[in-house]
Design a protein around this ligand. Structure first.
Ligand SMILES: NC(=O)c1ccc[n+]([C@@H]2O[C@H](COP(=O)([O-])OP(=O)(O)OC[C@H]3O[C@@H](n4cnc5c(N)ncnc54)[C@H](OP(=O)(O)O)[C@@H]3O)[C@@H](O)[C@H]2O)c1
Length: 304
């Protein structure tokens, strides 16, 4: 009862069909061979019957003995049989029909697959354009929603929740551009400040329900809500960090970038600026000096 199961060899359906088909073919050929033997013996028999036994001696057509016509007629019958076995069977048999059917089904399936692929592509494009339009609607409300960022040549922007460099002119530019405006940031960037920046309204994005912030600061639970909270500002700024920049690229209409001309070791990066979407409209180079350890450029990009 608990012994090993017997390994019953099973021939699969396809193999069985092949065997049955082969058996059929052997039978057909055997029948043809028997027919051939009968034809030979029969022909000899007819000739003997006529010539030796004199059967139907007087029956002639166009002065030719009847057995010649009989043998020719039989020969045609035999050739027709052979034609059926070797030619018609090959082209018109069940196997041939099945093959044709399979080809048609495969072609139909290909057409269905292509249609499906086209449909999925169109649907994705529609969804993308809807998302793009939604982003556009929101960014229109804030025509100058501006990303402000300093990034290395390799797009590095931070490490261990800190900035990587200290560039005095960059900080001055940041202060002067954002002064009096809303600054939108991720919770981690906010926590990287020693204290809130003066004369700016901080909008902090966090998924935490009871995230506490100093008086005057606003907490929201999504980027869309952050943008909504700044709708009365003519130029709100997205000030980072990496997670928020990534999400804000679709909504912003301007990028104020300080490109620091070196590669840095970092754990946070700015997304690649796609020049098919963004057009460079400003570029000012600053060399290294006593106050600036690295060369950098102030660059402005505007959405095309
Ligand atoms: N070079 C520069 O110009 C620059 C500027 C700014 C920052 N930085 C650097 O960037 C780094 C910080 O960037 P980061 O990417 O780690 O963090 P981050 O973007 O500043 O903040 C990430 C946090 O934001 C919240 N958040 C993100 N997406 C959200 C969404 N869709 N809805 C709700 N909340 C969302 C989450 O907060 P909860 O976890 O609370 O839910 C998340 O943990 C630091 O190294 C900083 O120094 C550099």
């Amino acid at each position: 009862m608990f012994g090993k199961k017997k390994n019953i060899q099973q021939i699969d359906k396809q193999q069985l069909e092949l065997i049955q088909n082969a058996q059929r073919r052997v039978k057909q050929k055997k029948r043809l061979y028997i027919h051939f033997v009968f034809f030979l013996i029969g022909s000899v028999f007819i000739i003997l019957a006529n010539v030796v036994l004199g059967i139907g001696e007087t029956v002639k057509l166009f002065d030719i003995d009847w057995f010649v016509f009989a043998i020719i007629a039989w020969l045609f019958l035999f050739l027709y049989h052979a034609f059926n076995v070797f030619v018609t069977h090959k082209f018109m048999g069940k196997e041939w029909e099945q093959k044709q059917l399979d080809i048609l089904v495969a072609k139909q399936q290909q057409r269905i697959d292509k249609l499906k692929e086209k449909f999925v592509k169109e649907e994705t494009l529609m969804a993308q354009s809807e998302a793009y339009n939604d982003a556009k609607k929101i960014s229109k409300k804030n025509s100058e929603l501006t990303i402000i960022v300093a990034a290395g040549e390799n797009d590095a922007i931070g490490k261990d929740n800190k900035l990587i460099w200290h560039l005095s002119d960059d900080l001055k530019r940041f202060k002067s551009l954002t002064n009096g405006h809303h600054i939108i940031m991720g919770r981690k960037t906010f926590e990287s400040f020693p204290k809130p920046l003066p004369n700016r309204t901080h909008v902090i994005i966090s998924r935490q329900n009871n995230y506490k912030v100093p008086e005057g600061a606003i907490v929201v639970n999504s980027l869309e809500n952050a943008i909504e909270a700044t709708k009365n500002d003519s130029q709100p700024f997205i000030i980072g960090g990496g997670e928020i920049y990534k999400q804000a690229m679709a909504f912003a209409s301007k990028i104020e970038l300080t490109r620091v001309h070196e590669n840095f070791d970092a754990d946070t990066f700015f997304p690649k600026i796609d020049t098919a979407i963004w057009k460079e409209t400003g570029n000012a180079f600053h060399n290294k000096d006593d106050k600036h350890e690295h060369a950098f450029s102030f660059m402005t990009y505007e959405k095309r």
